[in-house]
Structures are given as C-alpha cells and as structure tokens.
Design a protein around this ligand. Sequence first.
Ligand code: UDP
Ligand code: MG
Length: 319
Amino acid sequence: MPVTKSKKTKKLVSLILCMYNEEGNVHELHRQVSDVLAEMPDVDFEILYVNDGSRDRTLLYCHEVQKTDKRVKIVNFTKNFGKEVAMIAGLEYARGDAIIYMDADLQNPPKHIKDMVREWQRGEKIVLMKRLNDVQPGLIYKICNRLFYWGLNFISDVKIPKAMPDFRLLDREYVEFLKKFNERDSMFRGMLSLVTDMSKQKVIEYTSADRFAGTTKFSFSLRSVKLAIDSVLQFSVRPLYLAMYFAIFVGLVSFGLGTYVVIERFILGNPTPGYAAIMSAITFSGAIILFIQAIIGMYIAKIHLEVKKRPLYFAEYFE
Ligand code: UDP
Ligand code: MG
C-alpha cells in the first residue's frame, strides 16, 4: 500500500505579549485570547509572555496559565528593560512562521488576531492595525497630536505613522530582517520603515478598548518627548544640518548688526545706544551654541551606548 505523503503541517503563529505589572490582566487576557484561537483550528499558536521585570504577581499568574496551556512560553526578564527591549526578546524567542505583537491590557481587542491571520494566509507579509479612536478625548489633544506628528515627520527621515501602535503581524521573513538590526536603542515602528515601504502594507482599522485592569506605564508627555527625540536621532542626521544652517543664519545677522554699529558710530557719528542690544546678542548666540552642542551631545550619547555592545537584556525562558 503506498504511503500517503505527510499530511499538510499547520503553520505556527507566535503571539507576543509584553507585560509590566499586568497582574490584573493575565488571566482575563489568556481567556479571551484562547477563545479567539479556538476559532482557528487550521493554525497552531504559541503564546509568548514576556515578563518585563514586573514587581507584582504577573510572573506567578503567567506560570499558572502555563500549567493549563502547553502553548504558553514565558520569557522572564531579570528586571524592567522597557517595552522595546521586551519586543526584541519576543522576536528572538518566537518560533512562529509569523508573529503578532499585542498589548497585554486588552486595549488591542484579541478578536483582531483572526483578521490578521486571515490576511497573512492570503499572502500579506505585514498586517498593520490602525486605531480609529483617539486614546484621549478632546480637541486640544487632537490638535497637539497632529502638530506633533507633523513636526516629527518634517525633521526625521523616517515617517512615523500616527495611530499605528505596536499591534501588528509580521511574517517570518520580516522577523529575520528585523533581527539583523542588532541595535540596542531600537524603535520598532521606525525600524520597519527602514526595511520596507510602509505605505504599501495591509492596514486593518480597529477601535481600541479601555484597559481591562491596572494603569498605563507611560505618561503622555514623557513618551511623546522620547518618541520625538528617538525617532529623529535614530533615523536622521538632519538636526546637525539644521543646526549648521541656523548657525550660518545667526552669523549673518550678527555680521549685519556689526556693520550697522560701525556705520552708526563712524559714518553717521551716532554713538551706539546702550548695552541691551549687545547683551541680547551675546546671550542669544550663547543659547544657540549650547543648543547645537546639546544636539551633538545626544548623538554622541547614542554612539556611546551603541559601541559598548552590552547585552540588551537578561532573561530566563520557561518552555
Ligand atoms: N510594557 C512593558 N514594559 C514596560 C512598559 C510597558 O512590557 O516597561 C507593556 C505593558 O505591560 C503593556 C504594553 O507594554 O502590555 C503597553 O503598555 P501600556 O498599556 O502601559 O501603554 P499604553 O497603552 O498606555 O500606551
Ligand atoms: Mg495600554
């Protein structure tokens, strides 16, 4: 009797959930995710919980769900290394033919796992989720948000799309591309733009839900400032050029002022009035010099961190 060729093996998708102090969400998250996965018997899943040094019972609860579900794997950081690093660890530990990043607070509704997987099965290599609702209500927030992204994308070489959180699917091909970066100070949203044309990728719109339990780990203003500085410094040297143009401009202005003083004093015979103008010119140029030095300093700080090539994180793995 002829041996039938091996039956078609199922593809594996890795869900990556980064957690920092999410004890109130672990069980509910796992329940909701499992329900959605049960609707997709044609795909195998692994659920990778990356515990980013939580100080509450997140790890304990992750172990609890692991006992009931063989698909669960745990990467446990020795301390809090930050979400971006936790995402890199996810990239390194995931074994799936595709990965899906999701927040652990149920703000990214698990039902969309299905939509992303279906698009991937149709051949999409990247599936991005675009949030339709604002995270904070109000017109002022909206205007500030618009201005922020407009300014950011003007100065940075890499476009950072707004309302595109780290809720997305990546095919193994792109996982391997991202793993090549090997930078300690990474920014996922920007990095993917260095690999491919983001405007050509499949986008699914969704409405984000409220946090199930716990509170946000980021303050809006702090995160925005960090996002702005990082996306500029990591993907562009434009500030250095802008600083130079600005310095030339200030040089020309002070040359013009100097010429004016000479003409006033020696040709028109008027003594130069007061110290105020001189002082303001001096302090103005002083401020510009400091500003430009700060820009250069920030680039040097990035180099300093990068050349050490320290490990990004320390973790134990529970299979
Ligand atoms: N997170 C993390 N490490 C951190 C901060 C946050 O792994 O240092 C996780 C957090 O547990 C959550 C996700 O990143 O699953 C998004 O964080 P959060 O919900 O606080 O951000 P927000 O939704 O408010 O932007
Ligand atoms: Mg959240």
